[in-house]
Design a protein around this ligand. Structure first.
Ligand SMILES: [Zn+2]
Length: 314
């Protein structure tokens, strides 16, 4: 299927100095992608990102927070949250280019130019409206959701699926009471892992009750649990019949990840993504894949190439 991949030098700088989230993952990805021969496939189109306008970022984030990121980005040091997300020179432009790529991916998929699009340097699901969080500076997902609502309509049906090992608190809480933003989030139980949220009783509030599902998994859960709940996510998708799926496909649930305690295999992960992509084909809708976490750079890079191969094979 026709697939759009965002890649360029600025976007692929996403990461932090002396930090588990290293831009090396993107360096290795470029290496493996060019070795794979997939760049010769006419169905894979690559595109460059660009620095998002402040007005776009402001669809989700508060002005004072955007100003703070700008300031610290010029100064080149300091912390954007309580300790996990350091500033460096140029961090504003890098984070803003991640926002641009995700919004552009969403636009191109909704317009029907592509069935699938990927921003591997996106999926920053811990950033809140007025703060950074857990390696996430700007919440590209939150911006894309607000953008879709403004562009299409406030009741445009969006399904956000999150299989990153961490709970997507920066998507859940800002849209907790929005009945048109559907969420299915499978993650390691918050009692054992950052950010400590995403419990099963958190199903949306007020008019949105039941539009969100949080599935906390015990430490050391593996493919069996992942596939079981991805099947549930696919039935959820069929029931609600969304207009687009945003998939935060973080790879930090793979066995051996230094920050989490889940045990997925690459095969289990790819089979999960396959189920979700096939559901999109059945529903006749597109999907935007966002890279999210994953702290074994070579494993992450190789698995991303597998995801692209899978998209092109459908
Ligand atoms: Zn994560």
């Amino acid at each position: 299927m026709k697939t759009l991949l965002f890649m360029d030098d600025l976007l692929f700088k996403y990461g932090f100095p002396n930090h588990p989230l290293t831009p090396l993952r993107y360096e290795y990805f470029r290496e493996y992608l060019s070795e794979s021969g997939l760049l010769d496939n006419p169905d894979l189109v690559t595109a460059s990102s660009s620095v998002a306008d402040e007005s776009l970022i402001a669809l989700f984030h508060t002005k004072p927070y955007i100003e703070r990121v700008k300031e610290l980005s010029e100064v080149g040091y300091g912390l954007l949250d309580r300790g996990d997300t350091p500033a460096y020179k140029g961090v504003y432009e890098v984070a803003a280019s991640s926002v641009y790529a995700t919004v552009e991916a969403v636009k191109r998929v909704v317009e029907g130019d592509y069935l699938f699009a990927l921003n591997l340097a996106g999926g920053w699901h811990h950033a809140m409206r007025s703060s950074a969080g857990g390696f996430c500076v700007f919440n590209d997902i939150g911006v894309a959701i607000e953008y879709l609502k403004k562009w299409k309509s406030p009741d445009y049906r969006i399904l956000y699926i999150d299989i990153d090992a961490h709970h997507g608190d920066g998507v859940y809480y800002p849209f907790e009471s929005d009945p048109h933003v559907y969420i299915f989030d499978i993650h390691e139980d918050g009692r054992y892992l950052y950010p400590g949220t995403g419990f099963a009783h958190e199903e949306g509030s007020g008019p949105a009750r039941g539009t969100k599902k949080n599935i906390p998994l015990p430490p050391y859960a593996g493919d069996e649990e992942l596939l079981k709940y991805v099947d549930m996510a696919c039935s959820f998708a069929r029931d609600i019949n969304p207009s687009i799926i945003l998939l935060q496909g973080g790879l930090d649930g793979l066995a051996g990840d230094p920050l989490t305690h889940l045990n997925y295999t690459v095969d289990g992960y790819i089979n999960s993504v396959r189920k979700i992509l096939e559901t999109c084909l059945d529903l006749g809708i597109g999907l935007v894949f966002l890279g999210g976490g994953g702290y074994q750079p070579r494993v992450v890079a190789r698995t991303w190439v597998d995801v692209i191969k899978l998209m092109l094979s459908l």
